[in-house]
Design a protein around this ligand. Structure first.
Ligand SMILES: [Zn+2]
Length: 293
């Protein structure tokens, strides 16, 4: 089974929990150094990944955008400024989609077509489902924003765990004729609970052996999607003063994360999200053909 590796390309000051505690003058970017290390790691393992990019990061570091693209990785969209969909509203999102299209064509070439989206802070849920038809009308073929469990900051409880064709009116509902595939971040099911093993504090904190066992179990049924941020693998990420729980959720486990990712890349097969979506679609057709024979 080929699994998807996604890297949410943003700087250390973009996350929702961090942003309110950062003073403007303290915003010294570290995204280039942190991403270069990841690109080197991907080269070492000969893995292609999807970089869901914040538009303002690409605009500030055009050379980084070109290096990612020229190395054969997929570029996806992660908002222009990392504001959640609920804050942007439909008009703001439409403007962001247009700006990112112009930006990427200018940086990477007119023939480059962005196919995938991940909402900042997984902010695509029942309140922001208006974003789904907007993605379709812009030619996107998949979305990887619906977190299939409800957490304190985000998530859609009860949403499917495997890739599915998503209904335009409800991100948790399957619509076989929808042209947009939803490919959710990996969640492990255990005794009725859903464990968000795909990334964030769980991936950074849980023991590597346990993570490998859970991911190994998931890939028997479906491809899993991991998400990693460059700042999560960078020991130099500035630590912002904020409430203790937010601090733990944001920074705990950063020191060991790069090595953990190295081991995961040695253990499992990874490729881009677009590739996994395409293969999953073909597999679905194969299964359907067998069933009708
Ligand atoms: Zn993000």
């Amino acid at each position: 089974m080929e699994n998807a590796l996604s890297i949410d390309l943003e700087d250390w000051y973009h996350p929702q929990l961090v942003r309110p505690h950062v003073r403007g003058t303290a915003r010294t970017s570290r995204v280039v150094e942190a991403t270069e290390r990841l690109l080197e790691l991907l080269r070492k393992h000969d893995v292609k990944a999807t970089f869901f990019c914040v538009g303002e990061v690409l605009a500030e570091h055009p050379e980084l955008a070109r290096r990612i693209h020229e190395a054969g990785h997929e570029v996806g969209f992660h908002g222009m400024t990392h504001r959640p969909l609920g804050e942007l509203g439909p008009d703001g999102f439409e403007r962001d989609l247009g700006e990112f299209d112009v930006l990427t064509k200018g940086l990477l070439g007119q023939e480059v077509h962005i196919r995938g989206f991940r909402a900042p802070t997984f902010s695509l849920d029942h309140r922001t489902s208006w974003a789904l038809p907007m993605l379709v009308s812009r030619g996107y073929v998949y979305d990887s924003s619906v977190f299939p469990m409800r957490g304190p900051l985000y998530g859609v409880g009860g949403a499917p765990l495997a890739p599915y064709h998503v209904a335009m009116s409800d991100p948790a509902v399957i619509d076989p004729v929808s042209s947009l595939t939803e490919i959710p971040p990996a969640v492990f099911r255990f005794r009725g609970m859903r464990v968000p093993v795909a990334g964030g504090v769980y991936l950074r904190t849980l023991p590597l052996r346990l993570i490998l066992a859970m991911l190994g179990r998931i890939q028997k049924d479906r491809p899993f999607v991991l998400y990693v941020h460059p700042w999560e693998t960078d020991p130099g990420t500035p630590r912002v003063d904020m409430p203790v729980m937010a601090r733990l959720a944001t920074y705990h486990g950063i020191r060991g994360m790069f090595r953990k990712l190295d081991r995961m890349l040695s253990t499992f097969h990874f490729t881009t999200v677009a590739e996994v979506v395409e293969r999953w679609g073909k597999r679905r057709h194969v299964v359907t053909d067998e069933m009708t024979c």
